[in-house]
Design a protein around this ligand. Sequence first.
Ligand SMILES: CC(C)(COP(=O)(O)OP(=O)(O)OC[C@H]1O[C@@H](n2cnc3c(N)ncnc32)[C@H](O)[C@@H]1OP(=O)(O)O)[C@@H](O)C(=O)NCCC(=O)NCCS
Length: 193
Amino acid sequence: MEVRPATPDDAAAVSRVLAEIVVAKGAGVDGAGVEGVGVEGDADFVRARYIDHPARVACTVAVIEGEVVGLQSLKRAWDGNPYDVPSGWGIIGTHIFPSAARQGVGRDMFAVSRDAAAAAGLVSIDARIGAGNAGGRAYYAAMGLWTRREPDDAVCKRYDLAPPQACPPRNASCRVHPLATRAWTIALPGRAR
Ligand SMILES: CC(C)(COP(=O)(O)OP(=O)(O)OC[C@H]1O[C@@H](n2cnc3c(N)ncnc32)[C@H](O)[C@@H]1OP(=O)(O)O)[C@@H](O)C(=O)NCCC(=O)NCCS
């Protein structure tokens, strides 16, 4: 398997992957969370939504024996994004050809996206999964994402790139306030700063 950045020439192949997921969902196969996805040949949709998106941080395709079998998109959240993701976070989406599922494609692409997120200085990565999509939830949980909120019809999971750091343990004057989102350093009376 090859995992590489998507190019505009991949758009038609990716649209076939998306269409196949929609078909699988219609057939009752677990998975699929591809709202608004078009039909085969809708390459313009794929280019606009993923490959050429201005907020793209990484857009990765997986290729097996010359065939594109999956896409993972990572965008930087912009003000007013429709997913209600805070600015400075990443927005991730994953779509894998049903017959290529459970072969480690998603795992390999997430490793690329996670590294790209870290390099881009993103704070966290957010994934929005349809409430009925048990496979999608299990996948993101296996990648280390945890549930941050559950709006009506979805589950929003989060992966933290840079968790808050506690003070170095050797600093005896350090205390972490239980309500603080980051460490507070409190100088004890009589100690040199
Ligand atoms: C969900 C999806 C992204 C998973 O991709 P994948 O390539 O099959 O995932 P991987 O093979 O890399 O699996 C990695 C781990 O995730 C978990 N996992 C993945 N799919 C799972 C499923 N259907 N059920 C339970 N666990 C699953 C497993 O822990 C798995 O490790 P294992 O196979 O060693 O047990 C893929 O099936 C898909 O594109 N589905 C349709 C669209 C979708 O639901 N996208 C995500 C939500 S929007």
